[in-house]
Design a protein around this ligand. Structure first.
Ligand SMILES: [Zn+2]
Length: 392
């Protein structure tokens, strides 16, 4: 976001402006380091005095360190600034099936990752997260752990999961036990919202004020950035397009309803379409199905096309309702974007109303990394007031 954009924000409080300026400066240091104060002023358009004050705070808070000293023509010797990578963040990507626990520095670079099986029992799940995060924190004696960010396959309120139909952990405090055991603040976020944060913090989409992330895996999730704000809704439930029934007589969904979008457009749906067309499906995974299609299996290709068609149909709700500039699509399906992209694109284009503009569809590969980077952004934004939330 540029300074000019800030002037457009009517009635922006000084604290809000300060938070945004801090984030702009931090992001410039992160992406251009080592960088001098003069270059920060030039690139941000902020006053030199403002830059000096922000940098002084960042240095005092140990986010930023000074050095080395540069050399410019005519004898000027500016001090370069860079992020202090002794400050680290623990990111947890909790998913049905498997959970990744990773360590990142404040640059968003991951230095270690551990994958464990996600227990189906909720209490056992929280216990294992407590043990693993505690062990990781203990092993990091030299570093300062800035926070633990957790990406969840569902919606939560007050640290409790309230809706996670594919995980089936209910009404359980996740934040409290981990925070008490480690002595470190824990931030939770829905997986799709975490991907929104990752896009804004790490993928150069800072200036995009209206975007929707659609995550496609066992289910379909959506994270919504509208007018530059993350939409959360009452009880944190905003974004559940995946549970809007497209056909009330359709197959039963994990949420208890029938014929939801995710029953027709998720990875599981494609496997169901394939199973329906052949008696010889075995224990096929979605990834296997994509490979089969690439090997010329027409049944697999048809199952994928049907899933793509339903994905596009569901996205019409998003296009008509939210008019985003971009729809970021995340999931294993992006591996076969040549099959999914054109079908989804056609549906999305067909939904653009007179006067509207079609959103750009952006497939993101490495879906696990998007969620993990989102957990880092989650902790960073606590200190830098990145995206202001709309709460219900
Ligand atoms: Zn449902």
């Amino acid at each position: 976001m540029s300074v000019i954009d800030l002037e457009k924000i009517q009635g922006a409080s000084s604290e809000f402006v300060r938070d945004i300026n801090r984030r702009i400066v931090l992001n410039l240091i992160r992406t251009r380091q080592p960088i001098s104060r003069a270059d920060l002023a030039r690139l941000s358009g902020l006053q030199r005095s403002t830059i000096s004050l922000i940098v002084e705070d960042l240095v005092n808070e140990h986010w930023v360190i000074e050095g080395p000293t540069g050399r410019l023509p005519r004898g000027r010797r500016p001090t370069f600034l860079r992020l202090n990578d002794d400050r680290v963040i623990i990111g947890v990507d909790l998913r049905p099936g498997e959970t990744t626990i990773a360590l990142a520095n404040v640059n968003g670079k991951f230095t270690s990752q551990e994958v464990i099986a996600t227990p189906t029992d909720a209490q056992a799940g929280v216990d294992v997260l407590v043990r693993r995060t505690q062990a990781l924190v203990r092993s990091l004696k030299e570093k300062k752990v800035e926070g633990i960010g957790i990406s969840l396959p569902g919606r939560f309120t007050a640290g409790h999961l309230v809706f996670a139909p594919n995980l089936k952990w209910r009404d359980l405090d996740i934040r409290g036990p981990i925070s008490r055991a480690t002595g470190i603040d824990v931030e939770l976020e829905n997986a799709a919202n975490a991907c929104v944060l990752a896009a804004i913090w790490f993928d150069g989409m800072e200036s995009c004020r209206n975007l929707v992330v659609v995550t496609v895996s066992e289910g379909i999730g959506a994270g919504i950035l509208i007018n530059g704000q993350l939409a959360r809704g009452l009880n944190g439930m905003a974004g559940e397009f995946g549970h809007v029934p497209l056909d009330p007589d359709g197959p039963r969904c994990g949420c208890g309803s029938r014929g939801c979008w995710e029953v027709f457009g998720s990875n599981r749906a494609a496997l169901r379409y394939y199973h329906e067309s052949t008696s010889n499906a075995g224990g096929l995974s979605f990834s296997d199905l994509l490979s089969l299609a690439d090997q010329g299996n027409t049944r697999a290709a048809r199952a994928i096309e049907k899933m793509a068609h339903y994905l596009g149909r569901g996205m019409r709700m998003i296009v008509a309702g939210l008019a985003p500039e971009r729809i970021i699509v995340i999931g294993d399906l992006t591996r076969s974007w040549h099959r999914f992209g054109p079908v989804i694109e056609q549906e999305v284009q067909a939904q653009v109303l007179p006067g509207g503009v079609a959103p750009r569809l952006v497939p993101v590969h490495e879906d696990g990394m998007a969620r993990l980077r989102g957990t880092v952004a989650l902790v960073l934004q606590k200190h830098f007031g990145a995206v202001h939330e709309v709460t219900g």
